[in-house]
Design a protein around this ligand. Structure first.
Ligand SMILES: Nc1ncnc2c1ncn2[C@@H]1O[C@H](COP(=O)(O)OP(=O)(O)OP(=O)(O)O)[C@@H](O)[C@H]1O
Ligand SMILES: [Mg+2]
Length: 381
Protein backbone atom coordinates (compact mmCIF):
# COMPACT_ATOMS: atom_id res chain seq x y z
CA UNK A 1 0.00 0.00 0.00
CA UNK A 2 1.34 3.43 -0.83
CA UNK A 3 0.76 6.21 1.66
CA UNK A 4 0.77 9.68 0.18
CA UNK A 5 3.71 11.54 1.66
CA UNK A 6 4.03 15.20 2.32
CA UNK A 7 7.71 16.06 2.28
CA UNK A 8 9.12 18.31 4.98
CA UNK A 9 11.36 20.73 3.13
CA UNK A 10 14.19 23.01 4.26
CA UNK A 11 14.24 25.38 6.08
CA UNK A 12 11.79 23.44 8.29
CA UNK A 13 12.94 22.70 11.83
CA UNK A 14 13.97 19.22 12.92
CA UNK A 15 13.69 18.69 16.69
CA UNK A 16 15.97 15.99 18.07
CA UNK A 17 15.19 14.24 21.35
CA UNK A 18 18.72 13.56 22.62
CA UNK A 19 21.93 15.53 22.33
CA UNK A 20 24.63 12.90 21.85
CA UNK A 21 26.97 12.26 18.95
CA UNK A 22 24.29 10.56 16.84
CA UNK A 23 22.15 13.67 17.13
CA UNK A 24 25.19 15.83 16.40
CA UNK A 25 26.03 14.05 13.15
CA UNK A 26 22.34 14.00 12.16
CA UNK A 27 22.16 17.74 12.85
CA UNK A 28 25.28 18.37 10.74
CA UNK A 29 23.75 16.49 7.79
CA UNK A 30 20.45 18.33 8.25
CA UNK A 31 22.14 21.73 8.47
CA UNK A 32 24.02 20.98 5.24
CA UNK A 33 20.66 20.35 3.59
CA UNK A 34 19.32 23.67 4.87
CA UNK A 35 17.14 22.57 7.79
CA UNK A 36 17.00 24.29 11.14
CA UNK A 37 17.78 21.93 13.99
CA UNK A 38 17.02 22.10 17.70
CA UNK A 39 17.59 19.45 20.35
CA UNK A 40 16.64 18.45 23.87
CA UNK A 41 19.26 17.15 26.28
CA UNK A 42 19.80 17.44 30.04
CA UNK A 43 23.41 18.53 29.57
CA UNK A 44 23.90 22.15 28.42
CA UNK A 45 26.30 22.43 25.45
CA UNK A 46 25.73 18.76 24.53
CA UNK A 47 27.57 17.35 21.48
CA UNK A 48 24.42 17.93 19.40
CA UNK A 49 23.57 21.24 21.09
CA UNK A 50 26.93 22.63 19.95
CA UNK A 51 25.96 22.33 16.26
CA UNK A 52 22.22 23.08 16.58
CA UNK A 53 20.39 26.36 16.21
CA UNK A 54 19.14 25.94 19.76
CA UNK A 55 19.19 23.44 22.62
CA UNK A 56 16.48 23.02 25.21
CA UNK A 57 17.91 21.78 28.50
CA UNK A 58 15.66 19.19 30.10
CA UNK A 59 15.39 15.54 30.97
CA UNK A 60 14.04 12.88 28.60
CA UNK A 61 11.03 12.11 30.75
CA UNK A 62 10.07 15.77 31.14
CA UNK A 63 6.99 16.14 28.93
CA UNK A 64 7.00 19.93 29.32
CA UNK A 65 10.52 20.20 27.93
CA UNK A 66 9.73 17.76 25.09
CA UNK A 67 6.60 19.73 24.28
CA UNK A 68 8.61 22.93 24.11
CA UNK A 69 10.94 21.23 21.60
CA UNK A 70 7.92 19.99 19.63
CA UNK A 71 6.25 23.40 19.62
CA UNK A 72 9.28 24.79 17.78
CA UNK A 73 9.75 21.81 15.41
CA UNK A 74 8.14 20.70 12.15
CA UNK A 75 9.30 17.12 12.68
CA UNK A 76 10.60 15.35 15.78
CA UNK A 77 13.11 12.48 15.90
CA UNK A 78 14.84 10.53 18.66
CA UNK A 79 18.52 9.67 18.45
CA UNK A 80 18.70 7.08 21.22
CA UNK A 81 16.50 4.55 22.94
CA UNK A 82 16.46 5.78 26.49
CA UNK A 83 13.94 8.49 25.78
CA UNK A 84 10.63 8.02 27.59
CA UNK A 85 8.30 6.13 25.23
CA UNK A 86 5.36 7.64 27.15
CA UNK A 87 6.61 11.15 26.30
CA UNK A 88 6.98 10.21 22.61
CA UNK A 89 3.50 8.62 22.65
CA UNK A 90 2.05 11.86 24.01
CA UNK A 91 3.95 13.96 21.48
CA UNK A 92 2.74 11.94 18.52
CA UNK A 93 -0.88 12.75 19.39
CA UNK A 94 -0.24 16.35 18.41
CA UNK A 95 3.01 16.52 16.44
CA UNK A 96 4.84 14.85 13.55
CA UNK A 97 7.01 12.05 15.02
CA UNK A 98 7.70 9.76 12.04
CA UNK A 99 9.65 7.09 13.97
CA UNK A 100 6.72 6.81 16.37
CA UNK A 101 6.49 5.55 19.93
CA UNK A 102 5.81 1.88 19.12
CA UNK A 103 9.24 1.38 17.52
CA UNK A 104 10.83 3.01 20.57
CA UNK A 105 8.78 0.96 23.03
CA UNK A 106 9.82 -2.29 21.37
CA UNK A 107 13.50 -1.53 20.82
CA UNK A 108 14.16 0.06 24.22
CA UNK A 109 13.18 -3.13 26.01
CA UNK A 110 15.04 -6.38 25.27
CA UNK A 111 12.06 -8.49 26.32
CA UNK A 112 9.69 -6.69 23.94
CA UNK A 113 12.30 -6.65 21.16
CA UNK A 114 12.99 -10.38 21.36
CA UNK A 115 9.26 -11.15 21.60
CA UNK A 116 8.70 -9.14 18.41
CA UNK A 117 11.53 -10.94 16.60
CA UNK A 118 10.36 -14.39 17.69
CA UNK A 119 6.73 -13.61 16.90
CA UNK A 120 7.76 -12.64 13.36
CA UNK A 121 9.94 -15.70 12.84
CA UNK A 122 13.37 -14.02 12.93
CA UNK A 123 16.30 -16.02 14.34
CA UNK A 124 17.41 -14.96 17.84
CA UNK A 125 19.83 -16.36 20.40
CA UNK A 126 18.09 -18.94 22.66
CA UNK A 127 16.92 -16.95 25.70
CA UNK A 128 14.60 -16.80 28.70
CA UNK A 129 13.04 -13.87 30.55
CA UNK A 130 13.87 -13.88 34.28
CA UNK A 131 12.89 -11.70 37.24
CA UNK A 132 14.75 -13.25 40.17
CA UNK A 133 17.71 -15.47 41.09
CA UNK A 134 15.69 -18.70 41.13
CA UNK A 135 14.40 -18.08 37.63
CA UNK A 136 17.93 -17.21 36.50
CA UNK A 137 19.36 -20.48 37.87
CA UNK A 138 16.59 -22.49 36.21
CA UNK A 139 17.02 -20.64 32.89
CA UNK A 140 20.80 -21.10 32.90
CA UNK A 141 20.36 -24.85 33.46
CA UNK A 142 17.78 -25.06 30.69
CA UNK A 143 19.90 -23.06 28.21
CA UNK A 144 23.22 -24.63 29.24
CA UNK A 145 26.28 -22.68 30.46
CA UNK A 146 27.79 -20.24 29.61
CA UNK A 147 24.98 -17.68 29.53
CA UNK A 148 24.84 -13.91 29.54
CA UNK A 149 22.44 -11.92 31.69
CA UNK A 150 21.23 -8.61 30.22
CA UNK A 151 18.93 -6.07 31.87
CA UNK A 152 15.75 -5.54 29.87
CA UNK A 153 16.10 -1.77 29.75
CA UNK A 154 18.81 0.87 29.86
CA UNK A 155 21.81 -1.21 28.71
CA UNK A 156 24.42 -0.04 26.21
CA UNK A 157 28.09 -0.75 25.57
CA UNK A 158 27.75 -3.91 27.66
CA UNK A 159 26.42 -2.07 30.72
CA UNK A 160 23.95 -4.12 32.72
CA UNK A 161 25.42 -7.40 31.40
CA UNK A 162 27.16 -10.30 33.09
CA UNK A 163 28.55 -13.50 31.62
CA UNK A 164 27.80 -16.50 33.84
CA UNK A 165 30.18 -19.33 33.07
CA UNK A 166 29.05 -21.86 35.65
CA UNK A 167 26.58 -22.27 38.56
CA UNK A 168 29.29 -20.92 40.90
CA UNK A 169 28.98 -17.51 39.18
CA UNK A 170 25.29 -17.28 40.05
CA UNK A 171 26.07 -15.89 43.49
CA UNK A 172 27.96 -12.98 41.87
CA UNK A 173 24.95 -11.61 40.02
CA UNK A 174 21.87 -9.90 41.24
CA UNK A 175 18.61 -9.99 39.32
CA UNK A 176 16.51 -7.14 40.59
CA UNK A 177 14.57 -6.16 37.47
CA UNK A 178 13.19 -7.98 34.51
CA UNK A 179 16.14 -9.35 32.54
CA UNK A 180 16.96 -11.55 29.62
CA UNK A 181 19.31 -14.48 29.96
CA UNK A 182 20.84 -15.70 26.71
CA UNK A 183 23.01 -18.59 25.71
CA UNK A 184 26.55 -17.21 25.33
CA UNK A 185 27.43 -18.27 21.80
CA UNK A 186 30.75 -18.97 20.19
CA UNK A 187 30.81 -16.42 17.38
CA UNK A 188 32.49 -16.59 13.98
CA UNK A 189 31.98 -12.87 13.76
CA UNK A 190 29.59 -9.95 14.15
CA UNK A 191 28.00 -7.89 11.40
CA UNK A 192 25.39 -5.19 11.17
CA UNK A 193 23.16 -3.64 8.57
CA UNK A 194 21.54 -0.23 8.62
CA UNK A 195 18.26 0.05 6.79
CA UNK A 196 16.53 3.32 5.92
CA UNK A 197 12.80 3.18 5.33
CA UNK A 198 10.22 5.75 4.36
CA UNK A 199 6.57 5.90 5.38
CA UNK A 200 5.54 4.53 1.95
CA UNK A 201 7.66 1.41 2.53
CA UNK A 202 10.58 2.30 0.24
CA UNK A 203 13.69 0.88 1.90
CA UNK A 204 17.44 1.05 1.27
CA UNK A 205 20.15 -0.85 3.10
CA UNK A 206 23.75 0.25 3.54
CA UNK A 207 26.58 -2.24 2.88
CA UNK A 208 27.11 -4.76 5.69
CA UNK A 209 29.66 -3.74 8.32
CA UNK A 210 31.89 -6.28 10.01
CA UNK A 211 32.23 -5.42 13.68
CA UNK A 212 34.70 -6.29 16.39
CA UNK A 213 33.89 -5.50 20.02
CA UNK A 214 36.41 -5.11 22.81
CA UNK A 215 35.23 -5.26 26.39
CA UNK A 216 31.66 -5.17 24.99
CA UNK A 217 32.20 -1.82 23.25
CA UNK A 218 32.33 -1.60 19.46
CA UNK A 219 36.01 -1.28 18.53
CA UNK A 220 36.19 -1.53 14.73
CA UNK A 221 33.94 -1.76 11.68
CA UNK A 222 35.38 -3.01 8.39
CA UNK A 223 33.59 -2.52 5.07
CA UNK A 224 33.26 -4.43 2.81
CA UNK A 225 32.60 -7.11 5.41
CA UNK A 226 34.61 -10.29 5.00
CA UNK A 227 31.51 -12.37 4.56
CA UNK A 228 30.42 -14.69 1.74
CA UNK A 229 28.15 -12.98 -0.76
CA UNK A 230 25.42 -15.43 0.22
CA UNK A 231 25.61 -14.45 3.91
CA UNK A 232 25.84 -10.75 2.99
CA UNK A 233 22.66 -11.01 0.93
CA UNK A 234 20.98 -12.94 3.71
CA UNK A 235 21.97 -10.37 6.36
CA UNK A 236 20.75 -7.50 4.18
CA UNK A 237 17.43 -9.20 3.44
CA UNK A 238 16.98 -9.98 7.14
CA UNK A 239 17.55 -6.32 8.04
CA UNK A 240 15.03 -5.11 5.48
CA UNK A 241 12.42 -7.65 6.59
CA UNK A 242 12.83 -6.70 10.25
CA UNK A 243 12.47 -3.01 9.37
CA UNK A 244 9.27 -3.88 7.48
CA UNK A 245 7.92 -5.95 10.38
CA UNK A 246 8.31 -2.92 12.64
CA UNK A 247 6.97 -0.43 10.10
CA UNK A 248 10.16 1.59 10.56
CA UNK A 249 10.21 5.16 9.34
CA UNK A 250 13.75 6.46 9.68
CA UNK A 251 16.62 4.06 10.31
CA UNK A 252 16.92 0.62 11.83
CA UNK A 253 20.31 -0.86 12.72
CA UNK A 254 20.33 -4.63 13.08
CA UNK A 255 23.27 -6.16 14.96
CA UNK A 256 23.83 -9.79 14.03
CA UNK A 257 25.97 -12.71 15.12
CA UNK A 258 27.58 -14.96 12.54
CA UNK A 259 27.65 -18.49 13.93
CA UNK A 260 28.27 -21.98 12.56
CA UNK A 261 24.46 -22.29 12.45
CA UNK A 262 24.09 -19.14 10.34
CA UNK A 263 23.09 -15.54 11.05
CA UNK A 264 21.27 -14.72 14.28
CA UNK A 265 19.87 -11.33 15.29
CA UNK A 266 21.56 -9.85 18.38
CA UNK A 267 19.75 -6.54 18.85
CA UNK A 268 18.08 -3.62 17.12
CA UNK A 269 18.53 0.15 17.28
CA UNK A 270 15.88 2.51 15.83
CA UNK A 271 18.33 5.26 14.82
CA UNK A 272 21.77 5.91 13.31
CA UNK A 273 24.31 3.45 14.66
CA UNK A 274 27.99 3.50 15.60
CA UNK A 275 28.69 0.74 13.07
CA UNK A 276 27.33 3.04 10.35
CA UNK A 277 29.77 5.88 10.92
CA UNK A 278 31.85 4.54 8.04
CA UNK A 279 29.14 5.85 5.69
CA UNK A 280 30.45 9.39 6.37
CA UNK A 281 32.45 9.87 3.19
CA UNK A 282 32.86 6.19 2.31
CA UNK A 283 29.29 5.93 0.98
CA UNK A 284 27.60 8.13 -1.56
CA UNK A 285 25.11 9.04 1.17
CA UNK A 286 25.78 8.96 4.92
CA UNK A 287 23.45 7.21 7.35
CA UNK A 288 22.74 10.63 8.87
CA UNK A 289 21.64 12.24 5.61
CA UNK A 290 19.56 9.14 4.84
CA UNK A 291 17.92 9.39 8.28
CA UNK A 292 16.94 13.00 7.56
CA UNK A 293 15.66 12.01 4.11
CA UNK A 294 13.57 9.15 5.49
CA UNK A 295 11.90 11.14 8.28
CA UNK A 296 11.33 14.18 6.08
CA UNK A 297 9.77 12.10 3.28
CA UNK A 298 12.51 12.91 0.75
CA UNK A 299 13.61 10.23 -1.72
CA UNK A 300 16.23 7.88 -0.27
CA UNK A 301 19.63 8.38 -1.89
CA UNK A 302 22.15 5.75 -3.13
CA UNK A 303 23.97 3.82 -0.41
CA UNK A 304 26.82 2.74 -2.69
CA UNK A 305 30.21 2.19 -1.07
CA UNK A 306 32.75 4.48 -2.74
CA UNK A 307 35.89 2.97 -1.23
CA UNK A 308 36.89 0.29 1.29
CA UNK A 309 37.03 1.67 4.79
CA UNK A 310 37.86 0.93 8.40
CA UNK A 311 36.27 2.68 11.40
CA UNK A 312 38.04 2.63 14.75
CA UNK A 313 36.28 4.07 17.79
CA UNK A 314 38.13 6.58 19.98
CA UNK A 315 37.40 6.12 23.68
CA UNK A 316 38.30 8.57 26.44
CA UNK A 317 41.51 6.74 27.31
CA UNK A 318 42.73 7.10 23.67
CA UNK A 319 42.62 10.90 23.55
CA UNK A 320 46.17 11.49 24.80
CA UNK A 321 47.73 9.11 22.23
CA UNK A 322 45.66 10.62 19.44
CA UNK A 323 46.70 14.17 20.30
CA UNK A 324 50.34 13.14 20.38
CA UNK A 325 50.06 11.99 16.73
CA UNK A 326 47.45 14.47 15.53
CA UNK A 327 49.63 16.67 13.31
CA UNK A 328 51.38 13.73 11.67
CA UNK A 329 48.35 11.62 10.80
CA UNK A 330 48.43 10.41 7.17
CA UNK A 331 46.02 12.07 4.73
CA UNK A 332 43.81 8.97 4.30
CA UNK A 333 42.91 9.16 7.99
CA UNK A 334 39.91 11.26 9.04
CA UNK A 335 39.32 12.03 12.68
CA UNK A 336 35.82 12.77 13.97
CA UNK A 337 35.53 14.07 17.54
CA UNK A 338 32.19 14.62 19.21
CA UNK A 339 32.91 17.65 21.40
CA UNK A 340 32.12 15.88 24.67
CA UNK A 341 32.64 18.26 27.54
CA UNK A 342 35.06 17.80 30.44
CA UNK A 343 38.06 15.50 30.74
CA UNK A 344 37.84 12.41 28.50
CA UNK A 345 36.18 9.55 30.38
CA UNK A 346 37.63 6.04 30.03
CA UNK A 347 35.48 3.53 28.09
CA UNK A 348 33.31 6.36 26.79
CA UNK A 349 33.07 6.97 23.04
CA UNK A 350 34.45 10.43 22.25
CA UNK A 351 35.04 10.08 18.51
CA UNK A 352 36.08 7.77 15.72
CA UNK A 353 38.69 7.44 12.99
CA UNK A 354 37.93 6.55 9.38
CA UNK A 355 40.69 5.12 7.21
CA UNK A 356 40.44 4.44 3.49
CA UNK A 357 42.31 1.22 2.92
CA UNK A 358 42.49 -2.05 1.01
CA UNK A 359 44.33 -3.55 3.99
CA UNK A 360 42.05 -3.34 6.99
CA UNK A 361 44.20 -5.43 9.38
CA UNK A 362 47.22 -3.20 8.83
CA UNK A 363 45.14 -0.06 9.24
CA UNK A 364 43.64 -1.34 12.50
CA UNK A 365 47.06 -2.28 13.89
CA UNK A 366 48.33 1.19 13.00
CA UNK A 367 45.31 2.91 14.59
CA UNK A 368 45.61 0.82 17.75
CA UNK A 369 49.23 1.93 18.09
CA UNK A 370 48.35 5.59 17.63
CA UNK A 371 45.44 5.39 20.07
CA UNK A 372 47.38 3.32 22.59
CA UNK A 373 44.71 0.60 22.57
CA UNK A 374 45.62 -2.07 25.09
CA UNK A 375 45.76 -4.95 22.62
CA UNK A 376 46.43 -7.42 25.41
CA UNK A 377 43.44 -6.11 27.42
CA UNK A 378 40.64 -8.53 28.04
CA UNK A 379 38.68 -9.07 24.87
CA UNK A 380 35.12 -10.36 25.01
CA UNK A 381 35.14 -13.98 26.15
N1 LIG B 1 24.69 -14.19 23.58
C1 LIG B 1 25.90 -13.73 23.26
N2 LIG B 1 26.86 -14.58 22.82
C2 LIG B 1 28.10 -14.12 22.51
N3 LIG B 1 28.48 -12.82 22.60
C3 LIG B 1 27.58 -11.93 23.04
C4 LIG B 1 26.25 -12.35 23.40
N4 LIG B 1 25.57 -11.25 23.80
C5 LIG B 1 26.42 -10.21 23.70
N5 LIG B 1 27.64 -10.60 23.24
C6 LIG B 1 28.80 -9.73 23.01
O1 LIG B 1 28.65 -8.52 23.72
C7 LIG B 1 28.45 -7.41 22.81
C8 LIG B 1 27.46 -6.42 23.39
O2 LIG B 1 26.21 -7.07 23.55
P1 LIG B 1 24.84 -6.30 23.25
O3 LIG B 1 24.84 -5.85 21.86
O4 LIG B 1 23.72 -7.14 23.71
O5 LIG B 1 25.04 -5.16 24.31
P2 LIG B 1 24.69 -3.64 24.43
O6 LIG B 1 25.19 -3.22 25.74
O7 LIG B 1 23.26 -3.45 24.13
O8 LIG B 1 25.57 -3.04 23.31
P3 LIG B 1 25.33 -1.76 22.38
O9 LIG B 1 26.45 -0.87 22.71
O10 LIG B 1 25.42 -2.37 21.02
O11 LIG B 1 23.99 -1.22 22.69
C9 LIG B 1 27.98 -8.08 21.52
O12 LIG B 1 28.20 -7.25 20.40
C10 LIG B 1 28.84 -9.34 21.53
O13 LIG B 1 30.17 -9.05 21.18
MG1 LIG C 1 24.91 -4.24 20.83
Amino acid sequence: MTTKLRAILPPATIGILGGGQLGRMTAMAAKQMGYRVICLDPQPGSPCGQVCDHQIVGSFDDYKAARELAAHSDVIVYEFENISAAVVAQLEQEFCVPQGSRLLEITQNRVAEKAHLVHNGFPVVPYRVVENSEELAAAATALGYPVVLKSAIGGYDGKGQAVIKSPADLTEVNVSDQSVVEKFLSLEGEVSVIVARRADGEAAAFPIGQNVHRGNILHTTVVPARLSSQLSLQATALGVRIAESLGVVGLLAVEMFVTAQGIIVNELAPRPHNSGHYTLGACYTSQFEQFVRAVCGLPLAPTTLLYPVVMVNILGEHMAGLMEHFVTLPPEVKVHLYGKSGAPVARRKIGHILITTEQPEQAITWAEKVLGVQVSAEVDA
